[in-house]
Write a protein that binds this ligand. Structure first.
Ligand code: FE2
Ligand code: FE2
Length: 368
């Protein structure tokens, strides 16, 4: 999914088509010639002798994911694909963010970057996802699949990539570094976390189960994997936005270093998208045993969840983001002499976007 060239030598070099990996292997970095230091913070990942960035914990993880994907397709399975047309644009958009910064109104942009760093840190919750008893819940075995490795290193590697691990910074710290480099250690709004938690609390209100006939732990896991996959895919817009804003020399004090940081994060996201895609595809290709010992095609559940989530996220997310941004914009423009002209120009730069009519995961039955 990433547009940044990935360091794929390990993929090419991998001649064995092993499908089983240990926990330690899936977390293995390999050797770096130089570590990644982000604005003074030692982060994960590093550089090879040729100066190219290589993502953390990918020595075996990347070839493993490629092998599981190939195995799925060779056995006639379908690797699910989310259409990029479903990704809503970031708000404020690049031109709007640049306009604000040009007028010295940096708060909404600093806030947006802080929100991104906080949300990245939340990614660590993936390690707390409960795994179902696959032998009981699925008819077909899962040996040698990504599904079998979720608790065997894939979740842990993902959590560490997002939130950091020990002394080592992860995406949270890398976004903070990019923001602080570009805007020279700006004042950080203190209510970011509180506001996100408030919004999340409202959204997290008990949702009705979509598939009460299947094991609840299995259903929650599929819901979580689908949700995180969509967040990861939607992040693509965030990355191109971050890259464009932070690399603009007119408003960024460190256009090269700040935007390079975004590229490193972006290349680290590739294994997240790809392992989640293959794990959900493996589930879609299997048969689920219901709690009353009947069977249900996995595809019905996985596609049903993706459809429900996509329909909701493409409808509500742009509006939510817009409401939040406008609140902080309003506060940031208070008392400015040219407030009205900035607001008018801001509005004229608005991106018009509407979600596509279909998600590509429409259920066959009409009840969902
Ligand atoms: Fe991330
Ligand atoms: Fe990620």
């Amino acid at each position: 999914m990433s547009e940044t060239p990935l360091h794929t030598d390990h993929l090419n070099r991998s001649s064995d088509s092993r499908t089983d990996y240990s926990f330690e292997e899936l977390l293995d970095d390999g050797q770096y010639a130089e570590p990644l230091i982000a604005n003074g913070v030692r982060c994960h990942g590093g550089f090879d002798e040729d100066g190219r960035y290589r993502s953390p914990r990918t020595r075996h993880r990347l070839p493993a994911i490629a092998t599981w994907q190939a195995a799925l397709q060779e056995s006639g399975g379908e690797l699910l694909e989310i259409s990029k047309a479903l990704i809503p644009p970031q708000y404020p958009n690049v031109d709007q963010a640049i306009l604000l910064c040009r007028h010295g109104v940096r708060d909404p942009v600093v806030r947006a970057l802080t929100v991104i760093s906080v949300v990245e840190g939340f990614g660590a919750v993936i390690r707390d996802v409960k795994l179902p008893d696959f032998d009981r819940s699925l008819v077909e075995p899962i040996e040698g699949t990504a599904l079998a490795h979720l608790g065997q290193g894939l979740f842990e590697a993902h959590a560490r990539d997002e939130a950091g691990w020990g002394e080592q910074g992860g995406h949270k710290q890398m976004w903070e570094a990019a923001r602080d480099l570009a805007f020279e250690n700006p004042k950080i709004p203190q209510d970011v976390l509180m506001r996100i938690m408030g919004g999340g609390g409202r959204r997290a209100r008990k949702r009705e189960r979509l598939f009460p006939q299947i094991d609840e732990t299995l259903e929650s896991m599929i819901m979580m994997l689908s949700n995180v996959l969509l967040v990861e895919i939607f992040a693509e817009q965030v990355f191109s936005w971050g890259h464009a804003v932070l690399s603009n020399p007119e408003i960024s004090a460190e256009p090269d270093r700040a935007s390079a940081m975004v590229s490193y994060i972006q290349s680290d996201e590739n294994p997240h998208v790809e392992y989640l895609r293959v794990a959900l595809s493996e589930l879609a290709g299997r048969t689920i045993r219901t709690v009353d010992d009947k069977t249900l095609p996995g595809r019905e559940v996985v596609f049903g969840m993706l459809h429900a989530l996509l329909s909701q996220m493409t409808r509500t997310r742009p509006e939510e983001q817009k409401d939040q941004a406008q609140e902080s914009l309003h506060a940031a423009l208070q008392g400015l002499e040219n407030r009205q002209s900035i607001e008018e120009e801001f509005r004229s730069l608005e991106t018009v976007w509407a979600p596509p009519a279909t998600t590509g995961f429409e259920p066959l039955s009409a009840e969902l």
